[in-house]
Design a binder for this molecule. Sequence first.
Ligand code: EPZ
Length: 430
Amino acid sequence: MEKFVITGGKPLRGEVTISGAKNAAVGILPATILAADICVVENLPDISDVAVSLKILSVLGAQIKMINRNTYEIDTTHLTGTNVPDDLSRQMRASYYFLGALLSRFGKAQVAMPGGCNLGPRPIDQHLKVFSALGAEDSVDYGMITVRAKELNGAHIFFDKVSVGATMNGMLSAVMAKGQTILENCAKEPHVVDLANFLNMCGADVRGAGTDVIKVRGVEKMHGCTYSIIPDQIEAGTFMFAVAAAGGNVLVKNVIPKHLEATTAKLLEVGCQVEEFDDSVRVISDGHLRHTQVTTLPYPGFPTDMQPQMAVLLGIAEGTSTVTESIFENRFKYVDELTRMGADIKVESNIAIISGVKRYTGARVNAPDLRAGAALVIAGLAAEGITVVDDIYYIQRGYEALEEKLTKIGAKIARVEDEKELQKFILKVS
Ligand code: EPZ
């Protein structure tokens, strides 16, 4: 099993370029099905969730041509299948977008209950609520979700919960329904807007994405387009927090600073300097951090996907901080691992109470999920001594070439295949 091995305590300096947004890519790739034509998708991050999405498209009958590492030409003209294979759909959460896209184009779809990070119960009732309001029937048998409709008709839906996935599936399933669909209490994340922009480039009529009411006027036919995915605000935030924790001065390039406002605000609160430019931000930190409070909220609030990285920062900030998780029930699984590195954190219900320690010390830890895994890498960069992060396949689901990008800004990090390589690295650095 591959692992990261990190020698901590090196300040980060230089420039890093952010890749395309994972959570936009995993919605836009299934959306190419609706075009029934050729789409060229640029700025796709080279991560395993994108590889799985492309594999699913190919199994369904799409013709896929790699133009370069981050650009693919996808021809969905002659799609044949509507069933997403069980083993592929269970590899990632976002396989649920194939339900909306296939239902919209073919009136039927079958996808296994989605997998992805275990953050506690992750129901999909709000997705099914949209499909049903548009006229589809659904059933869940033997772990497979099947949706079917003779015809889809526009409807008025009020989401009971603000959900990124249900909002995006709402748009996917409504774009070719007859008449108008109104989605209320929608998620406003940048990737929701990115999917709407992609759909509109393919001939859809989606208005209001980025606000809590989205109106979709069904069109009869869509077509292909060339589209470039937005930068990943969580990858950007992760690098910004790495600089804050390890100290240093890094220009984070290819970002949309507006998408990073909540993250930037917290960095300023803990005592870092952040300079904003048109499409980049510079983070400067002397490694001395102050305590603060943070609560995760839907966009534009502080993102739950930055919560573990924030806790790692506060773990070495002066004073007592609190982190309140309001989106997922079980997103503190990394706390035990961080405690092994010297953190002093108590979790009470959905609140982590963090008493800052002077420094982390290197230890052997397991990545419990994607963002928590990235957070442990940050802890390793700030720690004294050597940290080994196991189970990094979680991290590879969402970060393109993390170790290469960190190495370029001065981190001592390597990806090793096994124990033998690990010992070699440790010998070399010690
Ligand atoms: C998306 O998950 C992201 N995943 C997650 O990113 C992210 O953490 C999350 O949004 C919140 O921003 C993808 O985009 C693939 P939700 P999603 O539906 O869509 C409840 C990462 O690390 N809910 O917005 O699954 C749900 O339980 C990942 O990149 C229902 O009750 O999240 C949660 O409490 C992890 N019923 C809340 O809503 C539903 O039908 C928000 O979930 C759907 C959701």
